[in-house]
Design a protein around this ligand. Sequence first.
Ligand SMILES: [Fe+2]
Length: 329
Amino acid sequence: MRLIMIDEYNDKTMQLARPIYDRHRRVLLAAGRTIHPKYLERLRQMDIKYLFVDDLISEGITMEELMDMPSWMDATEIVQKAFEDVKANKPLNIREMQKLVVRLVDEVSRRKILIIIPSTSLSVELRPYAHAVNVALLSLQIGKKLRLNSLQMRDLAMGALLHDIGKAVKGDEHHALKGFEYLRRNREISLLSAHVAYQHHETFNGEGAPRKIRHKEIHQYAQICGIANRFENLISEEGVPPHEAMEALMAKSNIDFAQELVHLFINTIPSYPPGTKVKMSDGREAIVTKIMNHMQRPYIRYLSTNEEISLTEKPNLLIISVIHDKNKE
Ligand SMILES: [Fe+2]
């Protein structure tokens, strides 16, 4: 299995590996099917940017580094419900949110690597919520690197899941402020989590929003959420591959985000997830098959010979670019 951009899809060689859901979480297209060109057009109109496919070159790649799709969808649904409740002036179902937080912390704690599923593999209506789940997962990966304890991890996750909750609150103020005001009134939500919502658009140099606070004035959790938020938007909305998204973040270190946090983050995310088609420094084409111990030195398999090698054992061999096969129709 591998993740492709929709314009790489080729119905002669690829089958869908994961179902495509509509906004009601009904299966639009089941796994195992090929996508008819007419249907592909419909998916494009829905602005779906990514597809999981099976094909010959990705044979044997399991992508077990991905969060399991049904539980990711469940998480997305819980966040959606929370936003809808707030919009409808109903009380937030805090128990459900707390249970979700525990599950996400557990998911990140027990895995060596966790790769997010881009929110733009879903229909537009579900994306803001899948985005929130992804931001929480990415934030937790940084939290784990910082060796936060489980209580701290939970506060971080709750803040990250609800960082944009202010968008569901009426009023003209900045959504970060509205989110903070909303969350801090809820006694079961830690003030730290509320501050994640409050400060996630502040930047290291003091040019962010809504208060233009800077450096150490911004709580570490909010900085973490800010990094995760930016990365998720690059990957999902802008369709930027992970290695470029990382470069974009590095370019913003000590401008938008504290450098040490950006560095930590980069060490938690593989630049080339399994299933990425790449060009190697020896001129040959390969596919990334798995990541074992070194985040930036995965295993690759040459397309021409099927020979699989570990890049940790070949220090001189480099990935020089990602191959993006535009399928012309
Ligand atoms: Fe936001």
